[in-house]
Write a protein that binds this ligand. Structure first.
Ligand code: PEP
Ligand code: MN
Length: 355
């Protein structure tokens, strides 16, 4: 047996790789071979039961895939991880001695299912990786993590896989980095993993997202790998070959993690002071803007004009995009900022109307 168990890569990243779904024994063994030849990963992943948003798609090979994974562990020594979506799944993987489990985004959204799985895991020492729920709700994510922390003797690790939101993002699941950052602020003890495959949805963007996660000091990556990605039975567009996986991993850039020298420290301090001044100005401008919104609300109320004026709103947003872009501000940023400002403004005006 080749023992690659808990190999440490150059940055002590927790690496989780393997196909979206187990499809055949050969597919798993070929993937494992490719991952082993690049140095090995901490966990080999494969979905056995696939939670599909709509019926009629490949729903996983089921139990026989578990045996293929066990065989792969005997040959390559990788620890095994798979998704469990209910207590029956959890029972099976525990009995077979899987090394870890992950909770999918369509399960972490449901406290009943989370608790049902947690009950099965009570007193075990199997690490649990908890994907963020599909909706951007930090409390729901943290709640799922806490349910497992209460019962398990092992580590519980959040996986950031992005959020299903409508809107024009080039990503399949918008990352909404603010949410994992907030999670980290609340619980700095949790080792955060990024799943750039499900955020990106397209293989071209995977390592851009992975790099961002490294810049934010994430502790690991889960990346879908398949020997022949285009033929994959699920998530074909976002899977990469083991060779592409190693290429990307080896090209990640890691920031130096030492205390800066005094000159850098003083430059940082100056910049931070400027930022604080600008942030204060931003708040003041926003407060003034909202006061004007309220005045408009009063006028609309008095004259029976409806609060939402779609044409006016469209022209504000269009102008903001044009002007913002000319100042080097990204489309997505302007979009989020102005939508938030408009929401608040509508809120203020409807309150005035109610009064
Ligand atoms: C997966 O990892 O293949 C998967 C189904 O992920 P998610 O729950 O993030 O959609
Ligand atoms: Mn997948």
């Amino acid at each position: 047996m080749v023992n690659l168990h808990f190999m440490t890569n150059k940055k002590d990243l927790i690496l989780i790789a393997g196909p979206c779904s187990a499809e055949s024994e050969k597919q798993l063994l070929t993937t494992a071979e490719g991952l082993a030849s690049g140095g090995g990963v901490n966990y080999f992943r494969a979905g056995i039961w696939k939670p599909r948003s709509q019926p009629g798609y490949f729903e996983g090979v089921g139990d026989e895939g578990l045996e293929w994974m066990i065989k792969l562990r005997e040959i390559y020594g990788f620890s095994l991880i798979t998704e469990v979506g209910n207590s029956a799944h959890a029972d099976k993987v525990l009995k077979l001695g899987f090394d870890a489990i992950w909770i999918g985004a369509r399960t972490s959204v449901n406290p009943f299912y989370v608790q049902e799985i947690a009950d099965v895991l009570k007193g075990t020492d199997v690490p649990v990786f908890v994907k963020n729920p599909i909706n951007p709700d930090l409390k729901l994510w943290l709640g799922a993590i806490e349910r497992f922390e209460k019962v398990s003797n092992a580590e519980v690790l959040p996986i950031h896989r992005g959020f299903s939101l409508s809107g024009n993002s080039r990503f399949r699941n918008v990352p909404n980095w603010q949410i994992p950052i907030e999670l980290h602020t609340l619980r700095p003890d949790l080792r955060l993993i990024c799943d750039p495959s499900h955020i990106a949805g397209k293989r071209d963007y995977i390592f851009e997202v992975a790099q961002k996660a490294m810049d934010l000091n994430y502790s690991g990556l889960m990346i879908e790998t398949h020997p022949n990605p285009d033929t994959a039975k699920s998530d074909a567009k976002q899977q990469i070959t083991p060779e592409q996986f190693w290429d990307g991993i080896n090209n990640l850039f890691f920031r130096k993690n030492y205390t800066p020298d005094t000159q850098t420290l003083s430059q940082l301090k100056n910049h931070r002071e400027s930022i604080d001044v600008f942030d204060q100005q931003l708040l003041e401008v926003l407060a003034k803007r909202m006061e004007v919104s309220e005045e408009i609300g009063k006028l609309k109320n008095k004259n029976g004009i409806s609060v939402l004026q779609p044409e006016r709103w469209k022209s504000i947003l269009d102008a903001a995009h044009i002007n913002g872009e000319a100042m080097g501000l990204s489309y997505a940023f302007i979009d989020q900022l102005f939508k938030a400002v408009h929401d608040e403004s509508i809120d203020r005006q409807t309150k005035k109307v109610k009064k």
